[in-house]
Design a protein around this ligand. Sequence first.
Ligand code: GAR
Length: 210
Amino acid sequence: MTEKRKYRVGVLGSGKGSNFVALADAAAADPAAPYEIVLVLSDVAEAGILAQARSRGLAAQYLSPGAYRTKLDPPAEAAYVAALQQARVDLVALAGFMRILKGDFLCAYPARVINIHPSLLPAFPGLEAWRQALEHGVKATGCTVHFVDPGVDTGPIIGQKVVPVLDEDTPGTLHERIQVAEHELYPAVVRALAEDRIAVQGRRATWRRG
Ligand code: GAR
């Protein structure tokens, strides 16, 4: 019996890697999972995401971001794309990658770079979205998975999950609760993409039932 080819996912992250763990463990727990993570890259040498990947026996690499603070410089961008292409990645999933990806990177993976963001976009793009939500006084926030375009958290939305804001919340407790929702949403979206169940027309992404 020939095994069906799995969708090959590369993950980019700068932090502790809990979303990577959710993606990797959901795939590892199900022999029939339609995707596998084949490479993890980080712009932070000591990022937890690299240790989490290595402890699961996955290829994980620090790649210098180069000279800029908020994006990859051109040689770094080329190195990231080369590593992903060498690993024959079908989809790039950003999981707490704290740099903006620009034209050349996105051209290498048209409509195949996705990101998870800790708010209900288009509300609260940018940094520490949970703190922005708390300071604004909204009663519900959540998380969003979206395609990446050259803007900051502006690409077409694929999926969202709502999280209530409680009176007693601090930035920390709210982010924790949002992360629980992220860990459910991200694997569901990657699975649906791997099964070719997401169609995009203009800004609207629609789901076919699995
Ligand atoms: C996540 O909450 C993710 O939504 C956020 O960083 C955290 C990474 O956590 N990303 C952004 O704010 C991007 N704008 P993790 O390293 O535990 O997955």
